[in-house]
Design a protein around this ligand. Structure first.
Ligand code: DOR
Length: 432
């Protein structure tokens, strides 16, 4: 971990409202100076960032690393490699592993594996209820002591409102957010695509937007009652965006994330029955996509989170109803979401904020800042770089992406975690 100078890039640091050409000097794992380009840095190793953006490392609030238990889909090492290759320096991993992360021993295992194997920082989320069954709360204080940053039954929904109320009450005591997977199961039923003209044309059971809206309304109401911090995962509907916007205006402690696929694709992408367009919640209508983009732009939605959800080829290569929901997303989030910058909907600094400062604040961990003294977690983005996405050339063990073969514009070129150069697009993943 020597001295590294990131030279001549456009530094975008939302924590300081900084957007200017500058050099960033890193030493001893931390940022030691940010200043005018070209200054003498005393023989530091140089990274040429000219024509590129230099940003705090991205923090993904929502990934499935599949370890322990489903390492054939992904593991902490391969997921960590996908992260740094996509510009992410920290990954918040969901609890639906096997066994479920509902016990400090599982949390400690994940953290231990991450320390040894992952180039990205890993922050585990624990299940809010034992076995994700939605019935009995987990031992929250023991899990927080073990290192979890939030609780969530993601992948499942806590349907029992009394359980959800208690979970929110206790989360306030241990000061971590509850991340809700908001899909009312009694409305979803067998639904696998957004309910509407597309589900009718496909002849597939529909999952209505209202399943999300009803659930977000309930959870906001309970967050308001308890004063707890509610974080809404993968918002996909115009109705949920409206509810969150109104709740925030009332002062409810609610934050939210949206995925790149819900910002970029509508349910029409599913018309070819491609199971790589099946996810939970499903792709929605153009009106919903527009509302999510507007919500991200006006700050109602704090964060872009990938919901990186690897599944093996043999699991996805089946009829649509039988395929598991989810797509990988860590290595394509940058180009897919840069579309909002190109469309003039997000300024570059705001785009960086939604990927770094916003999510870091939600979990209350360092990150999202290039201030002197901050950990040197940063990424260099070439916003113009053109490339064709081929998951076989990427770092995931899985291939389930809706972007296979698509031309991408924008790419993470270099990533540093704690001052160590962990990724270089020309050389690959370099550490650990
Ligand atoms: O699409 C999804 N995949 N949504 C979820 O909530 C779970 C995830 C998974 O674990 O595969």
């Amino acid at each position: 971990m020597g001295r590294i100078c990131i030279r001549g890039g456009r530094v975008l640091d939302p924590s300081a409202e900084r957007d200017e050409l500058a050099d960033v000097l890193v030493e001893g794992g931390r940022i030691v100076a940010v200043g005018p380009p070209g200054a003498d840095t005393g023989g530091a190793e140089g990274v040429d960032a000219s024509g590129c953006w230099v940003a705090p490392g991205f923090v993904d609030l929502h990934v499935h690393l599949r370890e322990p238990g489903q390492e054939y889909k992904e593991d902490i090492a391969s997921g960590g490699r996908c992260g740094v290759a996509g510009g992410f320096t920290a990954l918040v991993c969901m609890a639906n592993t096997q066994p479920v992360n509902d016990d400090p021993s599982v949390t400690e295992y994940i953290l231990d594996r991450a320390r040894q194997e992952s180039p990205a920082r890993v922050y585990p989320v624990a299940a809010a209820t034992r076995g994700l069954a939605g019935e009995v709360m987990t031992e929250m204080s023991a899990l927080v002591e073990a290192g979890v940053v939030a609780f969530s039954d993601d992948g499942r929904t806590i349907m029992d409102s009394g359980v959800m109320r208690r979970v929110l009450e206790y989360s306030g005591l241990v000061r971590v957010p509850i991340i809700t997977h908001a899909e009312d199961r009694t409305l979803v039923r067998e639904g696998v695509v957004n309910e509407g003209p597309v589900s009718t044309r496909l002849g597939l059971p529909g999952n209505p937007a209202v399943a999300e809206v009803v659930h977000v309304a309930r959870d906001i109401t309970l967050a308001e009652l308890t004063g707890a911090h509610l974080h809404v995962a993968h918002v996909s509907t115009a109705g949920a965006v409206e509810l969150i916007r109104a709740a925030r205006e009332r002062g409810v402690h609610v934050t939210a994330e949206v995925t790149p696929h819900h910002l970029a694709l509508t349910d029409e992408a599913t018309l070819g029955y491609d199971t790589n367009t099946k996810m939970a919640p499903p792709l929605r209508s153009q009106r919903d996509v527009d509302a999510c983009r507007a919500g991200l732009a006006d700050g109602t939605i704090d964060a872009i989170a990938t919901d990186h959800a690897p599944h093996a080829v043999h699991e996805k290569d089946v009829e649509f109803t039988a395929a598991p929901p989810g797509v990988i997303g860590l290595e394509t989030a940058v180009p897919v979401t840069l579309d909002l910058v190109r469309a003039g909907e997000l300024a570059p600094l705001e785009w960086v904020r939604r990927l770094s400062t916003g999510p870091a604040r939600i979990i209350g961990r360092p990150g999202g800042s290039l201030a002197v003294g901050a950990p040197a977690d940063l990424t260099v983005i070439d916003p113009e770089r053109r490339w064709v996405y081929d998951p076989a050339k990427g770092f995931s063990k899985s291939r389930n992406s809706p972007w296979i073969g698509r031309e991408m514009i924008g790419r993470a070129m270099v990533t540093l975690v704690g001052g160590t150069l962990v990724y270089d697009a020309h050389r690959g993943v370099l550490a650990p």
